[in-house]
Design a protein around this ligand. Structure first.
Ligand code: NAP
Ligand code: MG
Length: 507
């Protein structure tokens, strides 16, 4: 198979802001073999931002073969671990140097507020630093075996990984995927979301500038149902790591099972946020507000189902709604902006559909509930921060992931009952508890069926803390030391050095 347009090896990443972004295969910026491109947008303005090379199956095949060759014959996995670690630190250093440019690109392509983008780019940098450290101490074990025998485990990279990521945290998801994979010596074919391909491409270029050899990371923008689907079934792919919706996750799991690929899935959520009667409202109100409205509610771990104890309900809701009304939607580059835009027109309609369905089913829209008009951003996709009360558990808006700035609120009286209601969902990603009673905090934390419990804490994770779900929120943990094992095999080496030859059959 011949590739038509080979442009240039990636050495330096300048400039970051361009009219066109090529894909990266085998250390080179290349165009699609069909020369096809697609437009990527600034969703805050609804304006085209740049064109992007659109990978087809032929390009995906080249990317897989480049990754396969880098893994089977290349030097990356053979480097001493300290050398790989230094390259990861170098990636982080380049990102730090060019922090403002990365933030700008992320804001332009996602419509998120500059404050949210800064948090996420900073965390992406820290991910590389975390894995640069973690991999150095990550090692096998010596096991107890009978005298004369010796057994140790050797941790070996799993091979070529297809990594498929969503649009809500474009750079951070790329970092969560790439950093642990390359730390272990794996090679990667990364497929960014079609809505937000730019910063993943730039991150891949930075990795090359920092010294990751050609073929170790190949980034191919293009349709999930075409090239994503191709990757998850490809026999040369050893592992699939996916973040996105639960239906797509199920589809990937069934297809990847045909060749028993290793798989991690980080899927949707409908995370509860429980405010007990003894909560410190000075922390619980702003923490719950951040829990749902950060990233304009477009987070898998958004605390989108709020349960408030009836004895503090009125007081809590008065403060919560007052603060919701103070949140500013607007120019994403304005430092005072809290909520950026919604990612697309389609997503805006999905969000509004949920809100209208709750209204029709008898819920109360306590605040928000409408598409916003923002001056200077009239063609963008904006939604008011929305609080829905008087809901019942059977409502669509209460059961399903909305993925927008919309929270549904229920009252409760009894601890056991609220645990049951919090767990009454097919999802199990995040959860938050607000209480000043430590015994209750621990008791409830251990009874919630979720991968993450935030106790009096607005944040869900830092590099080093496990992130991942129970139930239909997926499986596998990211962002932590344990992630490394999801990119490695434990090889058991059992040897005999007892002197006297063993003749088990005795013949
Ligand atoms: P999605 O369909 O799950 O897309 C996520 C990624 O998977 C994208 O890169 C997508 O590519 C790719 N993909 C799509 N279909 C595929 C297939 N059949 N095989 C392999 N890869 C495939 O999510 P979405 O359509 O962007 O969003 C839909 C809903 O998912 C949202 O409303 C939200 O509820 C949820 N969501 C959850 C998360 C999360 O972090 N848990 C993140 C984003 C969205 P394309 O971009 O080319 O389609
Ligand atoms: Mg989709």
């Amino acid at each position: 198979m011949e590739h038509t347009v080979v442009k240039e090896p990636v050495t330096e990443v300048r400039p970051m802001k361009r009219d066109h972004y090529a894909m990266i295969i085998n250390g080179e910026r290349v165009e699609s073999s069909s020369s096809e491109v697609f437009k990527t947008y600034n969703p805050a303005k609804g304006e085209a931002l740049a064109t992007v090379a659109k990978a087809n199956k032929e390009d995906a095949e080249l990317a897989v073969q480049a990754a396969r060759n880098a893994f089977d014959n290349g030097k990356w996995r053979k480097y001493p671990v300290g050398k790989r670690s230094r390259v990861l630190n170098k990636i982080a250093a380049i990102m730090r140097e060019r922090f403002n440019e990365l933030v700008e690109l992320e804001v332009l392509n996602s419509g998120k507020s500059v404050g949210a983008a800064q948090i996420q780019i900073n965390q992406s940098i820290e991910d590389f630093e975390f894995y640069a450290g973690a991999i150095v101490g990550h090692r096998g074990v010596v096991n107890n075996v009978p005298n004369g025998f010796f057994n140790y485990t050797n941790k070996e990279p799993v091979g070529v990984c297809a990594q498929i990521i969503p649009w809500n945290y474009p750079m951070m998801m790329a970092a969560w995927k790439i950093a642990p994979a390359i730390a272990t010596g794996c090679s990667v074919v990364l497929k960014p979301a079609s809505l937000t391909p730019i910063t993943a491409i730039i991150l891949t270029e930075i990795c090359h500038e920092a010294g990751v050899p050609a073929g170790v990371i190949n980034t191919i923008p293009g349709s999930g149902s075409v090239i994503g689907d191709y990757l998850v079934q490809h026999e040369d792919i050893n592992k699939v790591a996916f973040t996105g919706s639960t239906p797509t996750g199920k589809d990937i799991m069934s297809k990847a099972s045909q060749s028993l690929k290793r798989l991690t899935l980080e899927l949707g959520g409908k995370s509860p946020n429980i405010v007990f009667d003894d909560a410190d409202l000075e922390a619980a109100v702003p923490g719950s507000l951040f829990g749902i409205f950060f990233n304009t509610g477009q987070s898998c771990e958004a605390r989108s189902r709020m349960f408030v104890h009836e004895s503090i309900y009125d007081e809590f809701m008065e403060q919560f709604i007052a603060k919701t009304k103070k949140l500013k939607s607007g120019d994403p580059f304005d430092k005072g902006t809290h909520l950026g835009s919604i990612i697309s027109r389609d997503q805006l309609e999905i969000i509004d559909g949920y809100v209208q369905s709750a209204k029709e089913a008898g819920a109360t829209i306590a605040t928000g509930g409408k598409v916003c008009k923002i001056e200077g951003f009239e063609n963008g996709h904006w939604y008011e921060p929305t609080v829905i009360t008087d809901v019942t558990p059977d409502m669509k808006a209460v059961k399903e992931e909305i993925f927008g700035p919309v929270v549904v609120v229920e009252k409760f009286t009894d601890e056991k009952d609220v645990i049951k209601r919090a767990n009454d969902t097919e999802y199990g990603l995040g959860s938050a508890i607000w209480t000043t009673n430590q015994a209750r905090a621990t008791r409830v934390a251990h009874k919630i069926d979720a991968g993450i419990v935030m106790v009096n804490c607005p944040f869900s994770a830092f590099p080093g803390t496990p992130f991942g779900g129970y139930k239909q929120s997926g499986f596998g943990r990211e962002l932590c030391v344990e992630t490394l094992d999801l990119y490695m095999e434990d090889k058991s080496v059992l040897s005999y050095h007892g002197g006297k030859p063993i003749n088990p059959f005795g013949v």
